[in-house]
Design a protein around this ligand. Structure first.
Ligand SMILES: C[S@@+](CC[C@H](N)C(=O)[O-])C[C@H]1O[C@@H](n2cnc3c(N)ncnc32)[C@H](O)[C@@H]1O
Length: 249
């Protein structure tokens, strides 16, 4: 979610672990993750508190001193995710990828499909911002979201964009991914991993319809997110992928 100011982090202040840190670290411990990629790092509150041996961060505009954080096992790329995957991603697969860059559906589709090329059967993919808090938060242009909410008498800077459409896309067009959406505590996030079956019956079966979905469609089709608790999502994902780790490395 985006709702903060753009003020850079005071480099003398330690990062504050986030709810994503908690989720990623719990999953990492369960599956023995060794390589982590975060798309959209900003102040690094999540990135810098993730406990995985090798960490790669990508953001065209980091809001902290990257040179003070980078070392032999922590790499930071000041560029868009598209450029990163085209030029800097290397060849080694990641165990956990956190997609939290530009909150626009088309970008998240590209981030997900690129991520699939840099992950395997043993990997977990966590996608942020899948549950806009109101209709304004779901508008893909951030300044419009904030302006229309303000003009309607609302308050707050929440902006999730139209990332929520990714759950519909995965449901209908990525049958080789299983997924659950963590709901109930903190920002909702979709956790996805490779799986063969069970077969899902497409609901929209139209890329065009999915790309035109609105916040109201989301309210009408909420079960498509497959919402579960944080613990249940992590348990399901870890149970599916932990046995594959040994053969993946
Ligand atoms: C919500 S913030 C990330 C928060 C961070 N993941 C955390 O948990 O603390 C979103 C970040 O995505 C970055 N961003 C925007 N467009 C991007 C792109 N095309 N590729 C990668 N990152 C992008 C922004 O600069 C911003 O810092």
């Amino acid at each position: 979610m985006s709702g903060d100011t753009d003020a850079p982090v005071d480099p003398t202040q330690p990062p504050r672990p986030t709810h994503t840190t908690r989720r990623v670290n719990a999953l990492a411990a369960r599956i023995g993750a060794r390589r982590y990629l975060e798309i959209g790092v900003q102040r690094g509150h999540t990135f810098r508190t993730v406990e995985i041996a090798e960490r790669v961060g990508v953001d065209p505009r980091f809001l902290f001193d990257t040179e003070a954080v980078a070392d032999a096992t922590t790499t930071l790329h000041a560029m868009t995710s598209d450029r990163f995957f085209a030029e800097a991603a290397g060849t080694k697969p990641f165990d956990i990828v956190f997609i939290d860059g530009l909150h626009v559906f088309e970008q998240v589709v590209r981030d997900l499909t690129n991520t699939l090329a840099w992950t395997g059967w043993h990997s977990a993919i966590l996608i942020d911002d899948v549950m806009p808090t109101d209709v304004y938060s779901s508008i893909p242009v951030q300044r419009d979201a904030l302006r229309f909410r303000r003009e309607a008498g609302g308050r707050g800077g929440q902006w999730h964009g139209d990332v929520f459409k990714i759950a519909f896309l995965i449901h209908d067009f990525f049958p080789s991914l299983d997924y659950r959406t963590i709901v109930g505590t903190d920002n909702a996030q979709t956790l996805a991993w490779r799986a063969a079956g069970p077969m899902r019956k497409p609901i929209f079966n139209s890329l065009e319809r999915i790309s035109r979905l609105t916040w109201f469609d989301l309210q009408a089709h909420m079960p498509i997110l497959r919402g579960v608790s944080e613990e249940e999502a992590i348990e399901l994902c870890a149970a599916a992928i932990a046995p594959r780790i040994a053969t993946a490395r």
